[in-house]
Design a protein around this ligand. Sequence first.
Ligand code: PLP
Length: 453
Amino acid sequence: PIDPETLRRWDKEHLWHPFTAQADWAAGEPLIIDRAEGAELIDTRGRRYLDGVSSLWCNVHGHRHPTIDAAIREQLDKVAHTTMLGLSHPTAIELARKLVELAPPGLTRVFYSDDGATAVEVSLKMAYQYWRQKADPEPERSMFVALGGAYHGDTIGDVSLGGVDRFHAMFRPLLFPVLRAPIPFCYRCPLGLERTSCLTACLDEVEHLLRAHPGQVAGVVIEPIVQGAAGMVTHPAGYLEGLRRLTRKHGTLLIADEVAVGFGRTGRMFACEHEGVSPDFLCLAKGITGGYLPLAATMTTEEVYSAFFATAAQGKTFQHGHTYGGNPLGAAAALATLRVFEEERTLERIGPLADRLALHLGRFSSLRHVGEVRQRGLMAGIELVLDRGSKAEFPSHQQVGNRVCRMARELGVLIRPLGDVLVVMPPLSLTGSQLDRMMDVMLRCVVEVTERN
Ligand code: PLP
């Protein structure tokens, strides 16, 4: 094997890491993960780290799960790759059937792609084409409503929806315009309101947009219940259900991006279940394969599908698809991931673990530089602030969130910040004592960095 020092050097000489300031990377010490076991990652020097962010929010049942490993091996012995273009295969078919069984009612059609960004991109193109093909005379429904702070992926379509400046400001000339609704973020209410009355006002703003653009909105796009990249922003109860009501009332589609919140993360299999909502599109990726292989799915209704049901000559085909969409290895990993949910009763385990996490988060709430802690299930954010009273943020050059995470890494816990919001998204298979250790280390690091420096 190549020695760790050479690997470090080659990494710096040849790699370009995503979402990463290259000069900072070059100046830092790359952590090179060689192996993993359960909720632990092991680097090339044999050091172990608790994985507090499930790789990239996707490793649901831990690493090297025997059931998922075996399913992938078994599939390898049959066929690693075929295509969904003109062909099909058993694992993709079985997975589609399973997803339909698990998803909110009415979502009966599954379109495969490869990752979260493409799952959402598919929903945008499908929604647009749906309205084109459904209506006569043809209206121009080419607009989407998206929320402040939204993150739906990094393709140009998804970046257009995006509401996080650092990801989309640079590309503005390339983006299509969207109708921006205020983020339902009570701690920092964009409407300047207090928690008690904000819910109605937020929804009123969406309704205002829909009224102002009659027959023009193809869909309203939302990360249901928790907006991840915005800073683990937990929506007020009733917001999602309210959006469903509004989209029905104004005759447009609801697109639920469950790329981050799907597959048990918030305590239910899908976040939409918290408010009994069936969206018109459900976008799934990340945890779908337990974080093993790239695969994504966009689910939709018979109503949408029927607008595409036509012969080639009728010209209604959805002209979209990728080489690896619905690939057999990914589908096998996904089927096994869903089987583990059943065999290990994962959803039942989350409640007590989430309660335990809530107790730990309570300890953070009283710290001088913690503005708010936000949690749904095993998805939480700890927002660090300079001043609790005014909610003033730390100057960005202080890199407080980054420093906390760097220190935690020295102590064997891997977490990643979103600015000064610390993300807590461990594998759902984490043990109670692993959770305790992770949160103890995080607490120590937050105190050390924010109060003692
Ligand atoms: N949608 C949401 C809500 C996400 O959090 C992400 C990634 O973090 C994406 C879409 C994009 O997923 P991917 O990175 O797999 O393209």
